[in-house]
Design a protein around this ligand. Sequence first.
Ligand code: HEC
Ligand code: HEC
Length: 323
Amino acid sequence: MNSRVAFPLIVVILAIAAVGIWIAGVGHRESSKTKTVVAMSTKSHVSSGTASVPAERPIPDGDFGRVIEQGRKIFNDPAIYAKSFVGNPLRCASCHLDEGRKAGASPMWAAYVSYPAYRSKNDQVNTFAERLQGCFRYSMNGKPPPLGDPVLVALEAYAYWLAQGMTINPKIAGRGFPSLAKPTLAPDYQRGSHVYTARCALCHGANGGGQRAANGSLAFPPLWGDQSYNWGAGMASVKNAAEFIKANMPLGLGGSLSDQDAWDVALFVDSHERPQDPRYTGSVEQTRIRFHDSAESMYGQTVNGYILGSHSTPSGGVLQRGE
Ligand code: HEC
Ligand code: HEC
Protein backbone atom coordinates (compact mmCIF):
# COMPACT_ATOMS: atom_id res chain seq x y z
CA MET A 1 0.00 0.00 0.00
CA ASN A 2 1.49 3.36 -0.87
CA SER A 3 1.75 5.97 1.85
CA ARG A 4 -0.80 8.33 0.27
CA VAL A 5 -3.47 5.68 0.82
CA ALA A 6 -2.10 4.33 4.07
CA PHE A 7 -2.06 7.62 5.95
CA PRO A 8 -5.78 8.43 5.74
CA LEU A 9 -6.54 4.79 6.49
CA ILE A 10 -4.52 4.98 9.69
CA VAL A 11 -6.32 8.16 10.67
CA VAL A 12 -9.67 6.46 10.14
CA ILE A 13 -8.57 3.42 12.16
CA LEU A 14 -7.35 5.65 14.99
CA ALA A 15 -10.57 7.62 14.92
CA ILE A 16 -12.67 4.45 15.02
CA ALA A 17 -10.58 3.20 17.93
CA ALA A 18 -11.17 6.50 19.70
CA VAL A 19 -14.91 6.13 19.17
CA GLY A 20 -14.79 2.59 20.56
CA ILE A 21 -12.83 3.64 23.61
CA TRP A 22 -15.19 6.52 24.17
CA ILE A 23 -18.32 4.37 23.93
CA ALA A 24 -16.72 1.88 26.32
CA GLY A 25 -16.09 4.81 28.66
CA VAL A 26 -19.74 5.84 28.47
CA GLY A 27 -20.74 2.29 29.39
CA HIS A 28 -18.28 2.31 32.27
CA ARG A 29 -19.67 5.55 33.58
CA GLU A 30 -23.16 4.13 33.43
CA SER A 31 -22.12 1.09 35.41
CA SER A 32 -20.32 3.03 38.12
CA LYS A 33 -23.28 4.99 39.41
CA THR A 34 -22.74 3.91 42.99
CA LYS A 35 -19.03 4.64 42.99
CA THR A 36 -18.26 7.53 45.28
CA VAL A 37 -14.59 8.07 44.60
CA VAL A 38 -14.15 10.11 41.48
CA ALA A 39 -10.99 11.32 39.89
CA MET A 40 -9.69 13.30 42.82
CA SER A 41 -6.97 12.54 45.40
CA THR A 42 -6.18 13.50 48.96
CA LYS A 43 -3.87 16.23 47.72
CA SER A 44 -5.93 19.33 47.12
CA HIS A 45 -4.62 20.23 43.66
CA VAL A 46 -2.28 19.04 41.00
CA SER A 47 -0.76 21.43 38.58
CA SER A 48 -1.52 20.90 34.90
CA GLY A 49 0.30 23.47 32.83
CA THR A 50 -0.79 26.82 34.12
CA ALA A 51 -4.04 25.55 35.57
CA SER A 52 -4.68 24.00 38.90
CA VAL A 53 -6.95 20.99 38.39
CA PRO A 54 -8.30 19.46 41.59
CA ALA A 55 -6.71 16.06 42.15
CA GLU A 56 -8.42 12.81 43.17
CA ARG A 57 -10.25 12.90 46.45
CA PRO A 58 -13.03 10.69 47.86
CA ILE A 59 -16.49 12.17 48.23
CA PRO A 60 -17.14 12.40 51.99
CA ASP A 61 -19.62 10.08 53.72
CA GLY A 62 -22.89 11.24 55.15
CA ASP A 63 -25.56 13.67 54.01
CA PHE A 64 -23.11 16.19 52.53
CA GLY A 65 -21.45 13.47 50.45
CA ARG A 66 -24.82 12.29 49.19
CA VAL A 67 -25.69 15.77 47.96
CA ILE A 68 -22.29 16.11 46.24
CA GLU A 69 -22.77 12.72 44.59
CA GLN A 70 -26.25 13.73 43.46
CA GLY A 71 -24.75 16.89 41.94
CA ARG A 72 -22.19 14.81 40.11
CA LYS A 73 -24.93 12.56 38.71
CA ILE A 74 -26.97 15.56 37.55
CA PHE A 75 -23.87 17.01 35.93
CA ASN A 76 -23.23 13.80 34.00
CA ASP A 77 -26.82 12.82 33.23
CA PRO A 78 -29.20 15.77 33.52
CA ALA A 79 -31.67 14.05 31.19
CA ILE A 80 -32.11 11.44 33.92
CA TYR A 81 -31.53 13.33 37.18
CA ALA A 82 -32.87 16.78 36.26
CA LYS A 83 -35.36 15.65 33.63
CA SER A 84 -38.01 18.30 34.27
CA PHE A 85 -35.53 21.13 33.67
CA VAL A 86 -33.83 20.09 30.43
CA GLY A 87 -34.99 20.35 26.84
CA ASN A 88 -32.23 18.42 25.05
CA PRO A 89 -30.14 15.29 25.61
CA LEU A 90 -26.87 17.15 26.27
CA ARG A 91 -24.96 16.62 29.50
CA CYS A 92 -23.34 19.44 31.45
CA ALA A 93 -20.22 17.36 30.89
CA SER A 94 -20.73 17.50 27.09
CA CYS A 95 -19.15 20.96 27.24
CA HIS A 96 -17.65 21.11 30.74
CA LEU A 97 -15.45 18.10 30.04
CA ASP A 98 -14.22 15.46 32.53
CA GLU A 99 -17.18 15.93 34.85
CA GLY A 100 -16.51 19.67 35.01
CA ARG A 101 -12.86 19.25 35.98
CA LYS A 102 -10.92 19.93 32.77
CA ALA A 103 -9.02 23.22 32.72
CA GLY A 104 -9.84 25.16 29.56
CA ALA A 105 -13.29 23.53 29.25
CA SER A 106 -14.93 25.95 31.65
CA PRO A 107 -14.37 23.83 34.79
CA MET A 108 -16.70 24.06 37.78
CA TRP A 109 -13.96 24.55 40.40
CA ALA A 110 -12.82 27.73 38.63
CA ALA A 111 -16.38 28.91 38.09
CA TYR A 112 -17.32 28.36 41.71
CA VAL A 113 -14.69 30.75 43.05
CA SER A 114 -15.60 33.39 40.45
CA TYR A 115 -19.10 34.30 41.64
CA PRO A 116 -20.94 36.48 42.52
CA ALA A 117 -20.05 38.32 39.34
CA TYR A 118 -21.52 40.95 37.06
CA ARG A 119 -22.78 39.61 33.72
CA SER A 120 -23.58 41.85 30.80
CA LYS A 121 -25.90 39.12 29.45
CA ASN A 122 -28.51 40.03 32.08
CA ASP A 123 -26.98 43.24 33.39
CA GLN A 124 -26.95 41.95 36.97
CA VAL A 125 -24.58 40.65 39.59
CA ASN A 126 -25.20 36.91 39.41
CA THR A 127 -24.70 34.36 42.15
CA PHE A 128 -23.27 30.98 41.22
CA ALA A 129 -26.77 29.48 41.45
CA GLU A 130 -28.08 32.09 39.02
CA ARG A 131 -25.23 31.28 36.64
CA LEU A 132 -26.23 27.61 36.79
CA GLN A 133 -29.77 28.62 35.88
CA GLY A 134 -28.43 30.27 32.72
CA CYS A 135 -26.93 27.04 31.39
CA PHE A 136 -30.27 25.26 31.95
CA ARG A 137 -32.14 27.94 30.03
CA TYR A 138 -29.81 28.21 27.05
CA SER A 139 -27.26 25.40 26.77
CA MET A 140 -29.71 22.74 27.97
CA ASN A 141 -32.57 24.46 26.11
CA GLY A 142 -34.68 23.91 29.23
CA LYS A 143 -36.15 25.74 32.17
CA PRO A 144 -34.09 27.10 35.07
CA PRO A 145 -34.68 25.21 38.33
CA PRO A 146 -35.96 27.72 40.92
CA LEU A 147 -33.42 29.03 43.44
CA GLY A 148 -33.21 26.58 46.33
CA ASP A 149 -34.41 23.66 44.20
CA PRO A 150 -32.63 20.41 45.19
CA VAL A 151 -31.20 20.21 41.63
CA LEU A 152 -29.41 23.55 42.00
CA VAL A 153 -28.36 22.82 45.57
CA ALA A 154 -26.79 19.51 44.49
CA LEU A 155 -24.91 21.16 41.60
CA GLU A 156 -23.72 23.91 43.93
CA ALA A 157 -22.52 21.34 46.46
CA TYR A 158 -20.68 19.44 43.73
CA ALA A 159 -18.92 22.60 42.48
CA TYR A 160 -18.19 23.71 46.04
CA TRP A 161 -16.56 20.36 46.69
CA LEU A 162 -14.50 20.50 43.48
CA ALA A 163 -13.36 24.00 44.47
CA GLN A 164 -12.33 22.97 47.97
CA GLY A 165 -9.03 24.65 48.90
CA MET A 166 -9.23 27.26 46.12
CA THR A 167 -9.34 30.95 46.83
CA ILE A 168 -11.89 33.40 45.48
CA ASN A 169 -10.37 34.53 42.21
CA PRO A 170 -12.29 35.36 39.03
CA LYS A 171 -9.02 35.29 37.08
CA ILE A 172 -8.05 31.80 38.26
CA ALA A 173 -5.99 29.96 35.63
CA GLY A 174 -7.96 27.35 33.73
CA ARG A 175 -11.28 29.19 33.98
CA GLY A 176 -13.48 29.39 30.89
CA PHE A 177 -11.81 28.60 27.59
CA PRO A 178 -8.31 29.75 26.61
CA SER A 179 -8.64 32.87 24.51
CA LEU A 180 -7.86 32.63 20.82
CA ALA A 181 -6.35 35.34 18.64
CA LYS A 182 -8.57 36.74 15.88
CA PRO A 183 -8.13 34.67 12.72
CA THR A 184 -6.00 35.90 9.82
CA LEU A 185 -8.85 35.40 7.37
CA ALA A 186 -12.48 36.08 8.26
CA PRO A 187 -14.07 32.76 9.37
CA ASP A 188 -15.52 31.00 6.34
CA TYR A 189 -18.42 28.55 6.02
CA GLN A 190 -16.98 26.58 3.08
CA ARG A 191 -13.57 26.08 4.67
CA GLY A 192 -15.34 25.22 7.93
CA SER A 193 -17.43 22.56 6.23
CA HIS A 194 -14.25 20.86 4.99
CA VAL A 195 -12.74 20.89 8.48
CA TYR A 196 -16.01 19.47 9.80
CA THR A 197 -16.06 16.61 7.32
CA ALA A 198 -12.43 15.74 7.93
CA ARG A 199 -12.20 16.16 11.70
CA CYS A 200 -15.65 16.11 13.33
CA ALA A 201 -18.27 14.24 11.31
CA LEU A 202 -17.06 10.79 12.35
CA CYS A 203 -18.22 11.41 15.91
CA HIS A 204 -20.81 14.17 15.67
CA GLY A 205 -22.39 12.85 12.45
CA ALA A 206 -22.49 14.30 8.94
CA ASN A 207 -25.76 16.08 9.82
CA GLY A 208 -24.48 17.36 13.19
CA GLY A 209 -27.05 15.25 15.02
CA GLY A 210 -24.58 13.33 17.21
CA GLN A 211 -24.77 9.62 17.99
CA ARG A 212 -26.20 7.37 20.70
CA ALA A 213 -24.34 4.40 22.21
CA ALA A 214 -25.94 0.94 21.98
CA ASN A 215 -27.42 1.34 25.48
CA GLY A 216 -29.16 4.55 24.37
CA SER A 217 -26.88 6.94 26.27
CA LEU A 218 -25.46 9.93 24.46
CA ALA A 219 -22.09 8.97 22.97
CA PHE A 220 -21.51 12.04 20.82
CA PRO A 221 -23.59 15.14 21.45
CA PRO A 222 -25.47 16.95 18.68
CA LEU A 223 -23.90 20.21 17.48
CA TRP A 224 -26.95 21.68 15.80
CA GLY A 225 -30.65 20.99 15.15
CA ASP A 226 -33.56 20.61 17.58
CA GLN A 227 -31.55 18.49 20.04
CA SER A 228 -28.77 21.03 20.46
CA TYR A 229 -28.17 24.14 22.57
CA ASN A 230 -30.45 27.05 21.64
CA TRP A 231 -29.60 30.37 19.99
CA GLY A 232 -29.12 32.12 23.32
CA ALA A 233 -26.39 29.72 24.52
CA GLY A 234 -22.75 30.63 25.08
CA MET A 235 -21.70 28.04 22.50
CA ALA A 236 -23.81 29.83 19.86
CA SER A 237 -21.20 32.59 19.96
CA VAL A 238 -18.66 31.79 17.25
CA LYS A 239 -15.87 33.09 19.49
CA ASN A 240 -16.78 30.84 22.44
CA ALA A 241 -17.20 27.87 20.12
CA ALA A 242 -13.85 28.54 18.39
CA GLU A 243 -12.09 28.75 21.76
CA PHE A 244 -13.74 25.60 23.08
CA ILE A 245 -13.05 23.68 19.87
CA LYS A 246 -9.42 24.81 19.60
CA ALA A 247 -8.69 23.69 23.17
CA ASN A 248 -10.80 20.54 23.34
CA MET A 249 -11.77 19.08 19.95
CA PRO A 250 -11.44 16.61 18.31
CA LEU A 251 -11.98 14.92 21.68
CA GLY A 252 -8.62 13.85 23.08
CA LEU A 253 -6.77 15.83 20.41
CA GLY A 254 -7.33 19.34 21.73
CA GLY A 255 -4.88 21.89 20.33
CA SER A 256 -4.40 19.97 17.09
CA LEU A 257 -6.48 22.26 14.85
CA SER A 258 -4.90 25.44 13.53
CA ASP A 259 -6.46 28.64 14.89
CA GLN A 260 -7.92 29.34 11.45
CA ASP A 261 -9.50 25.87 11.24
CA ALA A 262 -11.00 26.31 14.72
CA TRP A 263 -12.60 29.63 13.73
CA ASP A 264 -13.82 28.27 10.40
CA VAL A 265 -15.38 25.14 11.86
CA ALA A 266 -16.93 27.13 14.74
CA LEU A 267 -18.57 29.44 12.23
CA PHE A 268 -19.77 26.40 10.27
CA VAL A 269 -21.29 24.74 13.36
CA ASP A 270 -22.97 27.95 14.49
CA SER A 271 -24.34 28.63 10.99
CA HIS A 272 -26.97 25.91 11.36
CA GLU A 273 -30.49 26.13 12.69
CA ARG A 274 -31.09 25.34 16.36
CA PRO A 275 -33.91 25.98 18.87
CA GLN A 276 -35.12 29.57 19.18
CA ASP A 277 -33.59 32.04 21.63
CA PRO A 278 -35.88 31.99 24.71
CA ARG A 279 -35.70 35.82 24.68
CA TYR A 280 -37.29 35.87 21.18
CA THR A 281 -39.22 39.08 20.71
CA GLY A 282 -41.49 37.84 17.92
CA SER A 283 -39.20 38.93 15.11
CA VAL A 284 -35.80 37.55 14.13
CA GLU A 285 -34.65 41.01 13.10
CA GLN A 286 -35.57 42.61 16.43
CA THR A 287 -34.17 39.70 18.41
CA ARG A 288 -30.89 40.08 16.56
CA ILE A 289 -30.78 43.82 17.26
CA ARG A 290 -31.50 43.31 20.96
CA PHE A 291 -29.46 40.24 21.82
CA HIS A 292 -27.19 39.28 18.92
CA ASP A 293 -25.83 42.52 17.61
CA SER A 294 -22.29 41.25 17.21
CA ALA A 295 -20.06 39.58 14.65
CA GLU A 296 -19.87 36.61 17.02
CA SER A 297 -23.50 35.66 16.47
CA MET A 298 -24.84 34.17 13.27
CA TYR A 299 -28.44 34.54 14.48
CA GLY A 300 -30.49 36.47 11.91
CA GLN A 301 -27.68 36.27 9.34
CA THR A 302 -28.31 34.84 5.89
CA VAL A 303 -26.34 31.68 5.07
CA ASN A 304 -26.86 29.89 1.76
CA GLY A 305 -29.97 32.00 1.18
CA TYR A 306 -31.51 31.05 4.55
CA ILE A 307 -32.07 33.42 7.49
CA LEU A 308 -30.81 31.68 10.62
CA GLY A 309 -33.42 31.70 13.39
CA SER A 310 -36.31 32.10 10.94
CA HIS A 311 -37.55 28.50 11.28
CA SER A 312 -36.21 27.61 14.71
CA THR A 313 -38.36 25.29 16.81
CA PRO A 314 -39.52 27.06 19.98
CA SER A 315 -37.07 26.92 22.89
CA GLY A 316 -37.77 24.42 25.65
CA GLY A 317 -37.36 21.23 23.59
CA VAL A 318 -38.94 18.25 25.33
CA LEU A 319 -40.41 20.61 27.94
CA GLN A 320 -42.19 22.44 25.18
CA ARG A 321 -43.70 19.18 23.97
CA GLY A 322 -44.73 18.27 27.52
CA GLU A 323 -42.63 15.10 27.61
C1 HEC B 1 -23.57 23.29 24.82
C2 HEC B 1 -22.51 23.43 25.79
C3 HEC B 1 -22.87 23.58 27.26
C4 HEC B 1 -23.65 22.78 28.04
C5 HEC B 1 -24.42 21.53 27.64
C6 HEC B 1 -23.63 23.35 29.38
N1 HEC B 1 -22.84 24.47 29.38
FE1 HEC B 1 -22.35 25.60 31.00
N2 HEC B 1 -21.33 26.87 29.78
C7 HEC B 1 -21.16 26.73 28.42
C8 HEC B 1 -20.44 27.88 27.89
C9 HEC B 1 -20.07 28.11 26.43
C10 HEC B 1 -20.17 28.71 28.99
C11 HEC B 1 -19.42 30.03 28.98
C12 HEC B 1 -18.01 29.66 29.23
C13 HEC B 1 -17.09 30.81 29.30
O1 HEC B 1 -17.27 31.82 28.64
O2 HEC B 1 -16.16 30.67 30.08
C14 HEC B 1 -20.73 28.04 30.16
C15 HEC B 1 -20.64 28.54 31.45
C16 HEC B 1 -21.07 27.86 32.59
C17 HEC B 1 -20.81 28.28 33.93
C18 HEC B 1 -20.00 29.51 34.34
C19 HEC B 1 -18.52 29.26 34.12
C20 HEC B 1 -17.64 30.41 34.54
O3 HEC B 1 -16.43 30.19 34.71
O4 HEC B 1 -18.15 31.52 34.72
C21 HEC B 1 -21.38 27.36 34.77
C22 HEC B 1 -21.37 27.38 36.27
C23 HEC B 1 -22.01 26.36 33.93
N3 HEC B 1 -21.79 26.69 32.61
C24 HEC B 1 -22.71 25.26 34.39
C25 HEC B 1 -23.35 24.34 33.55
C26 HEC B 1 -24.21 23.28 34.05
C27 HEC B 1 -24.49 22.97 35.51
C28 HEC B 1 -24.70 22.62 32.96
C29 HEC B 1 -25.69 21.50 32.92
C30 HEC B 1 -26.97 21.73 33.57
C31 HEC B 1 -24.11 23.26 31.78
N4 HEC B 1 -23.32 24.30 32.19
C32 HEC B 1 -24.31 22.84 30.47
C33 HEC B 1 -21.57 25.67 27.65
C34 HEC B 1 -22.38 24.64 28.10
C1 HEC C 1 -13.51 11.20 18.74
C2 HEC C 1 -14.82 11.76 18.68
C3 HEC C 1 -14.96 13.27 18.50
C4 HEC C 1 -14.46 14.05 17.49
C5 HEC C 1 -13.65 13.58 16.28
C6 HEC C 1 -14.93 15.38 17.75
N1 HEC C 1 -15.67 15.43 18.89
FE1 HEC C 1 -16.64 17.06 19.66
N2 HEC C 1 -17.22 15.95 21.26
C7 HEC C 1 -17.03 14.61 21.40
C8 HEC C 1 -17.62 14.19 22.66
C9 HEC C 1 -17.67 12.76 23.18
C10 HEC C 1 -18.14 15.34 23.27
C11 HEC C 1 -18.83 15.42 24.63
C12 HEC C 1 -17.89 15.13 25.76
C13 HEC C 1 -18.51 14.35 26.88
O1 HEC C 1 -19.71 14.01 26.81
O2 HEC C 1 -17.77 14.02 27.83
C14 HEC C 1 -17.90 16.43 22.34
C15 HEC C 1 -18.32 17.74 22.55
C16 HEC C 1 -18.30 18.74 21.60
C17 HEC C 1 -18.94 20.04 21.72
C18 HEC C 1 -19.74 20.53 22.91
C19 HEC C 1 -21.05 19.81 23.08
C20 HEC C 1 -22.09 20.13 22.05
O3 HEC C 1 -22.85 19.23 21.70
O4 HEC C 1 -22.21 21.27 21.58
C21 HEC C 1 -18.66 20.73 20.57
C22 HEC C 1 -19.12 22.13 20.23
C23 HEC C 1 -17.84 19.87 19.75
N3 HEC C 1 -17.66 18.65 20.40
C24 HEC C 1 -17.35 20.21 18.50
C25 HEC C 1 -16.49 19.41 17.75
C26 HEC C 1 -15.86 19.84 16.51
C27 HEC C 1 -16.10 21.17 15.83
C28 HEC C 1 -15.08 18.81 16.10
C29 HEC C 1 -14.16 18.78 14.91
C30 HEC C 1 -13.10 19.77 14.90
C31 HEC C 1 -15.24 17.73 17.07
N4 HEC C 1 -16.10 18.14 18.04
C32 HEC C 1 -14.64 16.48 16.93
C33 HEC C 1 -16.38 13.77 20.52
C34 HEC C 1 -15.72 14.15 19.38
